[in-house]
Design a protein around this ligand. Structure first.
Ligand SMILES: [Fe+2]
Ligand SMILES: [Fe+2]
Length: 288
């Protein structure tokens, strides 16, 4: 049972055009932009992996409410992948060889690790990564982490974030229904953390190299941004390792943890209302 049973997540297609997004779209900073681009590059294939991992168990689910939630989750993740891939075209126009970056990552992640992992572990990795995604989504919507983003990228990430919070418990509830093992959950977190951390760094590094910036200069630039954020008391002053990974692991390892322990319905509703008013999502689009 979930603490806050919700209706099935609604897939929405955002109305967003990326052609006007500048190269340094995050805080005017090369380093911060590529940290954001780095994780963005991982989303589409990652989200399709999440869908495959959950789909494997669809026939074993006998709760119609959970099946409806799973179908909504598939629809949302599919649309996220498509929207982020549309942004890849803008990155290509800006001169980045996105495919050269993604090829080795996807070969290792989905050609080797996914193929050699049993379905239960694949699902457990998905659940762990969905928890990290929910943390990033909460930070994006509640802690003003997107304050420095270009308006269109801000809308893209806010739409993605609100839907991540809508379906944050779906994969977890599937795992609980088919493999309610704490050890498996922990194994999924260990592998998920290693994969996300490694590939995020790899993608960011590759983008920096293509932009002619050294890792050392990028770290220095991020340090300057963090000091500026510290002066204003902004949440972004904390490194990603602390605010995403360590927080995520700490929460997730609590034996009684459930993604709905934290109620995000208010922020989801408020963000949806705002994005609807801004014309990013809306009744016309959903009816189409
Ligand atoms: Fe997503
Ligand atoms: Fe998700």
């Amino acid at each position: 049972m979930t603490e806050h049973p919700a209706s099935a997540p609604t897939p929405r297609t955002p109305r967003l055009g990326f052609s006007g997004v500048p190269k340094r779209w995050f805080a005017g900073s090369t380093a911060a932009t590529h940290v954001a681009n780095g994780v963005n590059l991982l989303f589409p294939a990652g989200e399709r992996f999440f869908v495959r991992s959950v789909k494997h168990y669809l026939d074993q689910l006998d709760d119609p409410e959970l099946v409806a939630q799973v179908r909504g989750f598939f629809g949302q993740e599919g649309r996220h992948a498509q929207a982020h891939e549309r942004f890849f075209d803008t990155l290509r126009e800006q001169g980045y060889d996105v495919d050269a970056i993604l090829e080795p990552i996807e070969e290792l992640a989905y050609g080797v690790v996914e193929k050699r992992s049993p379905p239960a572990l694949r699902l457990a990795v998905t659940v762990a990564l969905e928890h990290f995604t929910a943390i990033m989504a909460e930070d994006a919507l509640c802690a003003d982490d997107l304050a420095g983003a270009h308006p269109v990228m801000k809308q893209l990430l806010e739409w993605h974030a609100l839907e991540e919070l809508e379906h944050k418990a779906v994969a977890f509830d599937v795992l609980k229904a088919v493999h309610p093992s704490y050890a498996l959950r922990v194994a999924g977190m260990a592998l998920g953390t290693a994969l996300l951390g490694t590939f995020w760094i790899q993608a960011t590094r590759a983008l920096l190299v293509q932009d002619g910036m050294t890792w050392r200069d990028a770290v220095r630039e991020l340090g300057t941004l963090r000091k500026q954020a510290e002066r204003t008391g902004a949440h972004m002053s904390k490194p990603i390792v602390t605010r995403v990974f360590l927080r995520g692991i700490r929460e997730y390892l609590r034996p009684g943890f459930h993604p709905n322990d934290k109620d995000h319905r208010r922020v989801v509703e408020a963000t949806l209302a705002r994005l609807t008013a801004e014309g990013v999502v809306g009744a016309l689009e959903e009816a189409a």
